[in-house]
Design a protein around this ligand. Structure first.
Ligand code: ADP
Ligand code: MG
Ligand code: ZN
Length: 589
């Protein structure tokens, strides 16, 4: 009977999908429909929700990958309300738990939590409720630490299981299980005990960003034999993605951000993400000086100040929040029209999530990131302790450095999604300003390597800044004499060094003091290849006013440049040059 039911389920889901209807008919369909409307006060399911709910109701283990804000919670809350007993929900943060509890209370769904701050009496009441046939709650939220540490909780869960009262297990932010996920939490590693002890209870793992290898890892850790994975497309068609260069003079980028807010986003709500608490204060102050209604938000503020800023922004009394990533969890404002990153994120997954707070109402919104050379190293030293921190950071750097591939296609690679370039619809700067870049082949970077090599032979460490300046002829005189300097601009030199770092010709070399971590550059694993004359560096670089003008000079001096046909940009006020230079410059070394 179960088999028949399953087949029917899959057929129905399929036909429901193709027909775009919600006519699937199961024993539980009526109850779901009623609760969706009456309890949750929602008129219809969003894509994938219905399928997920039906699969879970039929007892299947399920991994649901769906971008933040699309409604993953409903996929276990609705089944919980429509089932006997209660659903155990594992959530990483107490604050997330409290948000959910508040929401559930407001729609009159009984829920309880057990976490480190629960009082003894409260815990006692909850533990007793777990086997109470009068079912005092439909959802029980716990932290993974509780599962790992509380034998009492495990014993009550076992009792509830034996009494048939544990109806479902939901593991929110399931990627936290895997070291390869972007937010590994050690206690999540122990959650496999749930499925081992309670094999008959269907498990639902939820996440916004997990690659298939991360999911495989989670599956193993959670001891789920054969879960069905449902993946919603990562593609947010209404978001416009853009990367802007930020030079070392930060005033310029602040000025740029200020005029964007004043002109393009006048009267519209947005977020400016910054690197540190200090930046949050200083950038918001700078914006305020320019007459913009901006306020800072970071973890170190008093709780009441944080919630005041959040509240005022939510009700449009503050236009812009200048925030660290502490501003994120629990933000549910639908009409955010722009998310500007004053500093790059620490990974492409983080960027996707942070920028994805724009346009939740499905109306057009912009995601702009300012890409500065020095920021790479600031973040690099911050994530130095994380296992795959550097690797992940470089994915973000690659996203920014990229000048010729659709931004969405770069993201698609990270989310393991097959991508069709038609899907962007000129909603990224690369697609909109097609071919506004130069292709450099046969790059001569020998002298740059000499600088790094020389330093290491002298046992001297070079910061990226020192390497840049030395190559530009601004270093100490003793070196300048021996080394041929470049006439490339600072931005160009920075782009080349970044490229060499991404490609493994250069690599990072950290040094720790009790107070801070320093980032130095050393020769990378591929550096020796450059000594081989036939091996040259090829890279693409964005066209700017300055490099277009000096192109022929640069070509004479040290590179072979093939200029790509220019197509005029379509968006006015763009900061990449729509140059009129079209002559082909090609010169052999
Ligand atoms: P996620 O966990 O995927 O980030 P949430 O479950 O927190 O997202 O839901 C985000 C928002 O979407 C919530 O305000 C929720 O009420 C709303 N939502 C969920 N499902 C629907 C739906 N079917 N129709 C309209 N709004 C929905
Ligand atoms: Mg969620
Ligand atoms: Zn594109």
């Amino acid at each position: 009977r179960k088999k028949r039911l399953l087949r029917k389920l899959e057929d129905a889901c399929e036909s429901a999908q193709t027909a775009g209807s919600s006519s699937a008919d199961f024993p539980w369909s009526k109850e779901l429909e009623q609760n969706l409307k009456n309890t949750f006060q929602l008129s219809k399911f969003r894509p994938l929700q219905q399928k997920a709910v039906n699969l879970s109701m039929s007892g299947k283990d399920l991994f649901l990958v769906m971008p933040t804000g699309r409604g993953k919670s409903l996929c276990y809350q609705l089944p919980a309300v429509c089932s006997e007993g209660f659903t155990l929900v594992v959530t990483p943060l107490v604050s997330l738990m409290e948000d959910q509890l508040m929401y559930l209370k407001s729609i009159h769904v009984e829920a309880a939590t057990l976490n480190a701050s629960s009082t003894k009496e409260h815990a006692k009441m909850v533990l007793a409720g777990m086997t109470d046939t009068k079912a005092p709650f439909k959802l029980l939220y716990v932290t993974p630490e509780k599962i790992a540490k509380s034998k009492l909780l495990m014993s009550r869960l076992e009792k509830a299981y034996n009494a048939g009262r544990l109806s479902r297990i939901a593991v929110d932010e399931v990627h936290c299980c895997s070291q390869w996920g972007h937010d590994f939490r050690p206690d999540y590693k122990l959650l496999g005990i749930l499925k081992r002890q309670f094999p008959k209870v269907p498990l639902l793992g939820l996440t916004a960003t997990a690659t298939s290898s991360v999911l495989k890892d989670c599956q193993k850790i959670l001891c789920v034999p054969e879960p069905i994975t449902l993946t919603a497309s990562f593609n947010r068609t209404n978001l416009y993605y853009e990367v802007r260069f930020k030079n070392s003079n930060s005033e310029e980028s602040i000025g740029d951000i200020a005029s964007l807010i004043e002109e393009r986003y006048q009267g519209q709500s947005g977020i400016v993400y910054v690197f540190s608490q200090k930046d949050a204060d200083s950038v918001s102050e700078d914006l305020q000086k320019k007459g913009i209604n901006a306020y800072p938000y970071h973890a170190n503020m008093a709780p009441e100040d944080k919630s005041r800023v959040h509240r005022k922004w939510s009700t449009n009394k503050i236009q812009v929040v200048v925030a660290t990533v502490a501003f994120g969890m629990g933000i549910d404002k639908s009409d955010v029209r722009f998310v500007i990153h004053h500093t790059i994120s620490k990974s492409i997954e983080n960027y996707y999530q942070e920028s994805g707070r724009a346009g939740r109402d499905d109306q057009p919104a912009d995601c702009i990131v300012y890409f500065g050379f020095n920021d790479i190293f600031r973040i690099s030293t911050m994530v130095v302790m994380e296992n795959v921190g550097q690797k992940k950071l470089l994915t973000m750097v690659e996203y920014c450095q990229n000048v010729d591939r659709c931004r969405r296609s770069v993201m698609a690679v990270h989310f393991d999604e097959v991508w069709d370039d038609e899907g962007c619809n000129e909603m990224c700067d690369v697609c909109r300003h097609e071919s506004s870049f130069f292709s450099y082949t046969g790059f001569y970077v020998g002298s740059l390597f000499l600088i790094v090599e020389l330093a290491s032979s002298l046992d001297e460490k070079l910061t990226p800044l020192k390497v840049t300046e030395a190559w530009m002829g601004k270093g100490p005189a003793k070196r300048r004499k021996m080394i041929q300097t470049t006439i490339l601009s600072r931005l160009e030199v920075e782009a080349i060094i970044t490229h060499l770092l991404l490609q493994g010709y250069l690599s990072e070399d950290f040094s720790f003091t009790p107070y801070t971590t320093y980032f130095y550059l050393k020769l990378g694993r591929k550096a020796s290849l450059l000594k081989n004359q036939s091996h040259s560096v090829t890279m693409k670089m964005r066209k700017t006013v300055s490099n277009t003008d000096r192109l022929s000079v640069i070509a004479d001096q040290q590179v072979k440049v093939s200029q790509v046909k220019t197509k005029e940009g379509k968006r006015s006020g763009d900061n990449t040059a729509n140059s009129s230079v079209t002559k082909k410059v090609k010169k052999d070394l």
